[in-house]
Write a protein that binds this ligand. Structure first.
Ligand code: F6P
Length: 333
């Protein structure tokens, strides 16, 4: 279990709010539970904001007790609900958000979400002085400054489970399957799913696979007696890439089946790993906030909880390591 920073001395805030924002991720509820219970245990009132920044602007802010978050650690999604809020890109709207919170007597805000949500939190504090702290919750694991994000492990396990099932039918019919996973412009889900699922090829935005290289891998497999293949495809910025790859392969005489896993990867019970991560990061966010730190995200580096300034997180690209891409190719041969 990751250790949560010690909280000594006077607490900086007496009342905080928490929201979930952006795409939901399994483990967000576990993080919410940790935020609420850790804050209450340290003498702080907690408010839950419904529907992310949109709900905040509508004043959907409600007091939470320790029992409000009972029986949620095992549930996917987010009981607070979530949203991607376009209006929050405006400075005047962010100023109004700070006023809404202050009028309720709330002194700081915990944001559980991804890069876009942290950008909102960054500007909210920069422009209004309202303290904010981020907890990384996204299945994509594409947030700089942290090795891991809440929901990533669950999404990878869900995708690997799907691949295990697809492999049964692929091998029975001697078929090639393209399995498309989420992750937007980042290939972390695809890479971990591909390695863990024993894929023959993994196509990631950070890699350099082409139709020609994929065909070469398929042909090499056939020469070694392989009759079926699993190709994992990271969706990239525009979902549906696997259909375009399928068209390319058809032109070379291969007729793959396409399976887009889509939002199945976002739902379901969080794994034990995600529950532990969410519990440690949720509690750590409150510990830092009550200790007077803000304008930053809690994350994990080399198995330690760290606090990373938002300015070193937002808009910064986290890259897949070249070593991992190389290893995947070696293991697939
Ligand atoms: O960022 C999480 C994520 O699930 C991405 O992997 C995916 O591209 C995107 O959200 C889908 O978003 P939405 O559910 O809004 O279509």
């Amino acid at each position: 279990m990751l250790s949560v920073p010690h909280l000594n001395g006077e607490k900086k805030h007496k009342s905080i709010a928490v929201l979930t924002s952006g795409g939901d991720a399994p483990g967000m509820n576990a993080a919410l539970r940790a935020v609420v219970r850790y804050a209450i245990a340290h003498g702080c009132d907690v408010y839950g904001v419904l529907k992310g920044y949109s709900g905040l602007l509508e004043g959907q802010i409600h007091p939470l007790t320790a029992s409000s978050v009972a029986n949620i650690i095992q549930r996917g999604g987010t009981i607070l609900k979530t949203d991607r809020c376009e209006a929050f890109h405006k400075k005047s709207v962010r100023r109004e958000a700070a006023n809404i919170l202050r009028r309720k007597g709330i002194e700081a805000l915990v944001v559980i979400g991804g890069d876009g949500s942290f950008t909102g939190a960054y500007y909210l504090e920069k422009e209004t002085g309202f303290p904010t702290i981020g907890v990384p919750g996204t299945i994509d694991n594409d947030i700089a400054g942290t090795d891991d994000t809440i929901g990533f492990d669950t999404a990878v396990n869900t995708a690997i489970d799907a691949i295990d099932r697809i492999r049964d039918t692929a091998s029975s019919h001697d078929r090639i399957f393209l399995v498309e996973v989420m992750g937007r412009s980042s290939g972390f889900i695809a890479m971990n799913t591909g390695i863990g699922g024993g894929a023959e090829t993994i196509i990631v935005p950070e890699g350099n696979e082409t139709i020609t290289s994929i065909c070469k891998t398929i042909e090499r497999g056939i020469r070694r007696g392989k009759t079926s293949s699993i190709i994992v495809v990271a969706e990239g910025p525009k979902p549906g890439l696997s259909n375009r790859v399928a068209t390319g392969l058809q032109k070379r005489g291969y007729y793959p089946k396409v399976c887009i896993l889509g939002h199945t990867q976002r739902g379901g019970q969080p794994t034990a790993h995600d529950r532990m991560l969410a519990s440690a990061l949720g509690a750590s966010a409150v510990a830092y906030l009550l200790g007077g730190q803000s304008h930053a995200m809690v994350g994990v580096k080399k198995n330690e909880v760290v606090l990373v300034p938002f300015k070193n997180v937002i808009g910064v690209k986290k890259n897949l390591s070249k070593d991992v891409i190389g290893l995947a190719q070696v293991l697939a041969t």
